[in-house]
Design a protein around this ligand. Structure first.
Ligand code: DX5
Ligand code: ZN
Length: 233
């Protein structure tokens, strides 16, 4: 892991396309295309068919993607149990490793293990989960991923009740160097409100990959620019 890839902390808006919405037969080219078209992070959705009702890919795919991602590989682990796989994802080159609060009984130990492996530690929270545990984990995280859809699938609608959770987390974090990432249902219509509530990283699958292909990526760039403009309006 080179330091140049490690994200230096900034609360500027980051657009993180989720490759869950990309062409599964062409991931390397898709990652190169979204970076060339101006994304900030590449969001990699790992699903195990147990923690979530869908199955994507594992550490081998992340390792294969690594040479095609010049910037930040933001790996979202929708898996349970999670601890046994952390080293493999770290070795695959993840810059950020995000585990779900709900993925097991020892999330504090999981976050410590992620940092011990040299990755930034992310904590993901499902829509039905409260934030009462977060104050006890603030020293152990670099990112909070607020799930604004029930995890497992792209193309869903953002769950409005999560807006209050974002604002509460922003207040709780204060000036600590902890990103608030929003994951699920991010569109041009809600990007501004999400940032106003306190978010600084927006995961977007459908909103970014619609209308383009890796061979014809201009739409990706237009979608990323539009999302950034909407977020910063
Ligand atoms: C859902 C994933 C999200 C999803 C976002 O479990 O974690 O990253 O791919 O896709 P859209 O932006 O289409 O909701
Ligand atoms: Zn995700």
């Amino acid at each position: 892991m080179t330091l140049s890839r490690r994200p230096t902390f900034s609360r500027a808006v980051k657009i993180a396309p989720s490759i869950l919405a990309a062409d599964f037969a062409n991931f390397g080219a898709e990652c190169r295309a979204i970076e060339a078209q101006g994304c900030d992070w590449v969001h990699v959705d790992v699903m195990d068919g147990h923690f979530v009702p869908n199955l994507t890919f594992g550490p081998a795919m992340c390792a294969a993607l690594r040479p095609h991602i010049a910037g930040v590989m933001d790996v979202h682990l929708m898996i349970s149990p999670v601890d046994a796989y952390l080293e493999a994802f770290a070795k695959a080159g993840a810059d950020i490793l995000t585990a779900h609060l709900e993925s097991g009984p020892h999330i504090h130990r999981t976050l410590q293990a992620i940092r011990a492996l040299g990755c930034k530690a992310g904590l993901a929270i499902n829509p039905g989960t409260g934030i009462e545990a977060v104050p006890y984990l603030l020293d152990d995280i670099d990112l909070i991923c607020v799930m604004t859809v029930n995890p497992g699938f792209g193309g869903q609608k953002l769950i409005p009740s999560q807006m209050d959770k974002i604002a509460a987390l922003r207040a709780m974090i204060a000036d600590r160097p902890i990103h608030i990432e929003i994951d699920g249902g991010v569109t041009l219509d809600n990007a501004r409100a999400l940032v106003a509530a306190g978010a600084d990283a927006l995961v977007a699958g459908s909103s970014v990959f619609k209308g383009g292909t890796a061979d014809n990526p201009a739409a990706y760039g237009a979608n990323i620019r539009a999302l950034r403009q909407a977020a910063e309006a």
